[in-house]
Design a protein around this ligand. Structure first.
Ligand SMILES: Cc1cc2nc3c(=O)[nH]c(=O)nc-3n(C[C@H](O)[C@H](O)[C@H](O)COP(=O)(O)O)c2cc1C
Length: 180
């Protein structure tokens, strides 16, 4: 099944995960592209759209790609994935939820009439050495004000997991065969 994996990745984790997905698909015709160099979906049967999560939402670049290609995506089988730290989401006492599935809402909204066959949240990483000054500053504020952690440096945290990605691919394959 000719497959295109489009990854919007600021620091590389979504692109790495895109490649892990490609390695596990049991057919050879899989192309993985960063979103800024990705071809349109024409000519492919299965399209994965993946993006890192920033400020409570999946990357704007992958949303733009989906919006730009919405007409050709309508006739394709689509899989969505968001790469983030908070894959589960959290309830806060004000009666709201943050994180988790909310991250994919804007992409799902675009695909109302042609829902993806599968979607998932996959664990990413924060590598302080890679961050731009602005992102470093934003994360420091987040750790201090939101998580109320007294930190001097943004900590390195990786949750990236090949087994998690493999499980995701297995679920995609089951869906494509009509299973659950
Ligand atoms: C400025 C900034 C904001 C972030 N905001 C969130 C967020 O709201 N929720 C979350 O779960 N992860 C958040 N993250 C973590 C990223 O989703 C994680 O680093 C992911 O692996 C990035 O993927 P990428 O390198 O492919 O872009 C944030 C990271 C940065 C640097």
């Amino acid at each position: 099944m000719k497959t295109l994996i489009v990854c919007a990745s600021r620091y590389g984790s979504t692109l790495t995960i895109g490649r892990w997905i490609a390695d596990r698909l049991p057919w050879g015709t899989v192309d993985v592209y960063p979103v800024d160099r990705a071809p349109g979906p024409e000519g492919y049967e299965l399209i994965f759209l993946g993006g890192g999560v920033y400020d409570e939402g999946v990357s704007k670049e992958i949303i733009s790609y989906a919006r730009k290609n919405v007409d050709s995506l309508k006739n394709k089988r689509i899989v969505l994935f968001a790469v983030c730290l908070d894959t589960k989401g959290v309830y806060v006492p004000e009666g709201k939820f943050y994180g988790g599935w909310h991250y994919l809402n804007s992409l799902l909204e675009l695909m109302k009439g042609f829902p993806p066959v599968y979607a998932g949240l996959l664990s990413g990483e924060i590598n302080p050495k890679k961050l731009t000054e602005t992102d470093y500053r934003l994360l420091k504020v987040f750790y201090g004000k939101i998580l109320k952690r007294n930190i001097t440096e943004v900590p390195y945290k990786t949750m990236m997991s090949k087994p998690e990605v493999w499980e995701f691919v297995e679920k995609v394959l089951a869906r494509l065969e009509g299973g659950f």
